[in-house]
Design a protein around this ligand. Structure first.
Ligand code: NAD
Length: 483
């Protein structure tokens, strides 16, 4: 049984200051499963003040041994609560159980351990040696120090992955954090706050969780001068707004944004196998993954075969209750998201496309969409250009390598993708021409705690996970002394 969702402000688990709360819905049923504190502007202000004070006045930013001990405690607490945490994630997020072995739970929790292990060996200082700039002999040292107070703003689709991929490295680096999850999924973030409060020695104010329903209340996180960095994952539109709002105080802004990634089957690939695998991927978590390949780009002469295989694969998967152990495609998160995806399905027809399978919402309680394959559109269509965030795959023909590369890169996004060929050399040569932050070649898997993840172009700025994801939370200071 999970504890009720509470805010964590300055080490205390608490309700909203005015007692207000809002419903947390199970997207599979549309029914209320709990309530979240609707943090007020005063609550957010108190969280920022606590994080600022903890950074400026506690030992957190300088005491690596303290950070190591506390992060190991948090890791152990998460492992101890694995079963309850996963059940909560399925109920609140609608995430199918099979994802818990990956982005749902195991990888982010392993990622917390990975960054804690990194902290044990990370060289915060580099000796640059002696030089004599302008004739003055000096010994120079480069020191890496925490950025300061971090506002971590996260979306609803894979909340534990994204919460921990920010909170873990930020805390390990010595920053203090105000975590603000999406109002659709406040509970798993609140659980993280509870574990910190109840199972770790993390000092008061170092980690805070606020769950306001309104974006207006959250917006102060990008403008408040006491915050040094905004680490944001969400839509490109919101990322742009946050970057603009952060400009007057010149905060460091780290953005993980949307995607419209391409899966390319080259002429010598097993196109049926690529089509089946890509259709499967597009169904995972009802397509609510920023790095999912949602454009399938196949040789023109094998187009019909690819569409058929993709459609048959989606039909065999279907949309299922995420609590069902066989579920791959659960519900979408909310009524708003269901309506948004439905509008794209109408647009597919208006743009001249057709459905090889799916194409409709499923009329049952909760928020459900049929897994859908759209055929007959080219890459200039809005269906191929815009992020839908539903189980919708667009199949596009190509006329050889140059054309496939052109189509894949003809996108405002550059987050992920895949290239498949009968020849690894051929696939790697094409992969080198794709402008994205991660790529799977011939079925390789890039998603791992030690591998940097992030986007080119309008998919973001910066990298999460890996050493690069840790160093996002560090400043660089060069110190020179007479030699
Ligand atoms: P969203 O942009 O609507 O919201 C993301 C977060 O920002 C939420 O917590 C929201 O409450 C908050 N927010 C919104 N306006 C704000 C403001 N003015 N000031 C401060 N906070 C504000 O995104 P979403 O709908 O929650 O999530 C889906 C999007 O996230 C998709 O576009 C998806 O591609 C993207 N995403 C990207 C990655 C990645 O790593 N690149 C990972 C997952 C999701």
């Amino acid at each position: 049984m999970t504890a009720p969702a509470q805010l964590l402000i300055d080490g205390k688990l608490t309700s909203a200051s005015d007692g207000a709360s809002y419903a947390i819905l199970n997207p599979a049923t549309g029914l209320e499963i709990g309530r979240a504190p609707d943090a007020t502007a005063e609550d957010v202000d108190a969280a920022i003040a606590a994080a600022r004070r903890a950074f400026d006045e506690s030992d957190w930013s300088t005491d690596v041994a303290l950070r190591l001990r506390c992060l190991r405690q948090l890791h152990e607490a998460l492992l101890a609560e694995k079963v309850a945490f996963e059940a909560l994630t399925t109920a609140e997020v609608g995430m199918p159980g099979f994802m818990m072995g990956a982005a749902g739970f195991d990888v982010p929790v392993e990622g917390l351990k990975w960054v804690t292990d990194l902290l044990e060996t990370y060289e915060f200082e580099t000796d640059l040696g002696v030089a004599a700039p302008m004739g003055i002999k000096s010994r120079r040292t480069v020191r890496r120090e925490p950025v300061g107070v971090v506002a971590a703003i996260t979306p609803w689709n894979v909340p534990t992955q994204i919460n921990l991929a920010k909170v873990g490295p930020a805390l390990a680096a010595g920053c203090t954090v105000v975590l603000k999850p999406a109002p659709d999924t406040p509970w798993v973030a609140a659980e993280l706050g509870r574990l910190v409060a109840e199972h770790t020695d993390i000092p008061a104010g170092v980690f805070n969780v606020v769950t306001p329903r309104s974006h207006e209340v959250a917006a102060v996180l990008s403008t408040d001068p006491r915050i040094d960095m905004v680490s944001f994952t969400g839509s490109t539109a919101t990322g742009r707004a946050i970057m603009a709002a952060a400009a007057p105080t010149l905060k460091k802004v780290f953005l993980e944004l949307g995607g419209k990634s391409a899966a390319i089957a080259l002429d010598d690939a097993d196109v049926a196998s690529v089509a089946g695998a890509t259709a499967f991927t597009a169904c995972i978590h009802a397509g609510q993954g920023c790095a999912i390949t949602t454009r399938l780009i196949v040789p023109r002469e094998k187009y019909d075969e690819a569409v058929q295989v993709a459609a048959a694969t989606m039909e065999s998967i279907g949309a299922k209750d995420p609590a069902d152990p066989g579920a791959i495609c659960g519900p979408v998160i909310s009524q708003v998201q269901r309506d948004r995806v439905e509008a794209y399905l109408r647009l597919a027809v208006e743009e001249g496309g057709s459905f090889a399978t799916g194409g409709h919402v499923i009329d049952q309680p909760g928020f459900w969409i049929e897994p859908t394959v759209v055929a007959g559109l080219d890459n200039t269509s809005r269906l191929a250009q815009e992020e839908i965030f539903g189980p919708v795959l667009v199949v596009i023909p190509h006329d050889g390598d140059d054309d496939a590369v052109r189509i894949a890169n003809d996108s405002p996004y550059g987050l992920s993708g895949s290239v498949d060929s009968g020849s690894l050399e051929h696939a790697l040569a094409v992969a080198a021409r794709i402008r994205t932050g991660t790529l799977s070649v011939n079925g390789g898997v890039w998603f791992s705690p030690d591998a940097p993840f992030g986007g080119y172009k309008q998919s973001g700025i910066g990298r999460e996970m890996g050493v690069a994801g840790f160093e996002e939370y560090l400043e660089t200071k060069t110190i020179a002394v007479p030699a």
